[in-house]
Design a protein around this ligand. Structure first.
Ligand SMILES: *Cc1c(COP(=O)(O)O)cnc(C)c1O
Length: 423
């Protein structure tokens, strides 16, 4: 499928005249339509809730938009919990799915009334000691081990992942929790990241639903929710077809009837914790070409770098690039598109077919709405960019300003940068 940016060159130039590049831009209309579709896809399930995975894009403006469509927050750190609390998302609208968890975070989650999802059986004692009690509703994370495949294609390797409990531990954990007075149980698992397939959730659902039936029978617990977690992917490449969340929801519904309803467990709520699928396609990184270089290869240097979007450098991930105003020009040049870090992996694209890029051109790097800004860092003294919401009325709203050198120099203890400079 052809990938088109959600803004034109003129629109991007008018935003850039107000807020200098680089910046992440988010498409409010796209975010809203998608959030609405997710609710629709699972409307057959009475207790359904999407807990937006905050780590994908921890911006309160976006979290609030999704909350309007019933989305809660999936948090896994202190600051994510604090952010959620600050915008009024508390209680059972918060899922705390963490691992290697510092005890203060369990306290914070419990104080907010969040549902705690235990990553390990050893955490039962830790939580009980920390809080002095166990919440009435608790969840456990399952890791089935081995390889996970869809239609013979290996998708991921849960056996090599640090998360979750073995099946044996899970049964044991449910028994212990029940004995200690826990009344409502949840089951959670995340097997595979960025699945561009409508089959992932239904397959995972089948595994978890069947397990839930056995758990309920053998331990006598009441399972009140099953959390399919994240992992629903997006088509980063133009040759990939996007998932259809309505088909996915219907696939889960079928398995629900076959397994849970058939076992008399039709009061189980379905939860999801999607991050990438909720915001990924509705963000882009807008950056300007500021240098060209012709050596053994052709380079376009832009004013963003890997600190603004680390996925290409870290995972070799593909992000589509559009040169604004040249959408329909022949892609008859081959470039490496680079940032300015003193690291050779600071490349947004390698050997990419693009139209001729001239210094001053604006480039849109697609699909940065999830795990984009949020994975940012400050290497080489580079600063985090602004985040801008492209509102439904096609006006830009600054929802996070760009960092300034002052922010970067603010954390030295006993060395006031600006005082020293003034001397
Ligand atoms: C990262 C993560 C998610 C979100 O994953 P996506 O691939 O962005 O959908 C959900 N739940 C947990 C526990 C996670 O760690």
């Amino acid at each position: 499928m052809e990938k088109r940016p959600f803004i034109t060159k003129d629109q991007a130039e008018s935003i850039a005249a107000k807020f200098p590049t680089p910046f992440h831009l988010y498409d409010e209309a796209g975010l809203r339509e998608n959030a609405k579709r997710v609710q629709q896809a699972f409307s057959w399930n009475k207790g359904f809730r999407e807990y937006f995975a905050v780590k994908a894009n921890p911006n309160p403006f976006l979290m609030k938009i999704m909350h309007e469509y019933g989305c809660g927050c999936d948090c896994s750190s202190m600051t994510e919990l604090m952010l959620s609390e600050a915008i009024g998302i508390i209680g059972e609208e918060v899922m705390f799915s963490s691992n290697d968890t510092p005890v203060e975070e369990f306290s914070k989650a419990a104080a907010m009334g969040a549902i705690i999802n235990l990553d390990d059986i050893t955490q039962i004692d830790v939580v009980e000691k920390t809080l002095g009690y166990l919440p009435e509703k608790m969840s456990c994370r399952f890791n089935p081990g081995g390889m996970f495949a869809i239609s013979n294609e290996i998708m991921d390797n849960p056996g090599d992942a640090k998360y979750g409990m073995t099946e044996k531990q899970l049964f044991e954990a449910f028994r212990i929790l029940k004995e200690k007075g826990v009344k409502e149980f949840g089951l959670h698992s995340f097997l595979c990241s960025n699945t561009v397939s409508n089959d992932y959730y239904p397959m995972l659902a089948k595994i978890l639903f069947e397990l839930a039936v056995r758990l309920a029978r053998e331990t006598g617990v009441h399972i009140s929710f099953i959390n399919l977690s994240g992992g629903v992917g997006i088509p980063y490449r133009p040759d990939q077809e996007s998932n259809d969340i309505l088909v996915i929801g219907e696939g889960v519904r079928k398995v629900y009837e076959e397994v849970l309803s058939a076992a008399g467990m039709d009061d189980v709520a379905i939860y999801t914790e999607m991050g990438r699928f909720m915001t990924g396609p509705y963000g882009c990184l807008v950056t300007r070409a500021i240098n060209e270089k012709h050596i053994y290869k052709e380079y376009v240097g832009v004013d963003a770098c890997a600190v603004n979007l680390m996925r290409p450098a870290m995972y070799g991930a593909y992000h589509h690039i559009t040169v604004l105003g040249k959408e329909d020009a022949p892609h008859d040049h081959v470039y490496d598109v680079t940032g300015s870090l003193c690291e050779n992996n600071d490349k947004f694209a390698i050997d990419r077919d693009l139209p001729e890029v001239e210094t001053g051109d604006l480039l849109v790097i697609h699909d940065t709405g999830a795990h984009g800004f949020s994975m940012g860092y400050n290497y080489n003294g580079k600063l985090r960019s602004a985040e801008i919401l492209w509102r439904t009325d096609h006006t830009p709203q600054l929802i996070r300003r760009a960092e300034t050198p002052k922010d970067y120099f603010a954390t030295f203890d006993g060395f006031d940068f600006y005082e020293q400079l003034a001397k």
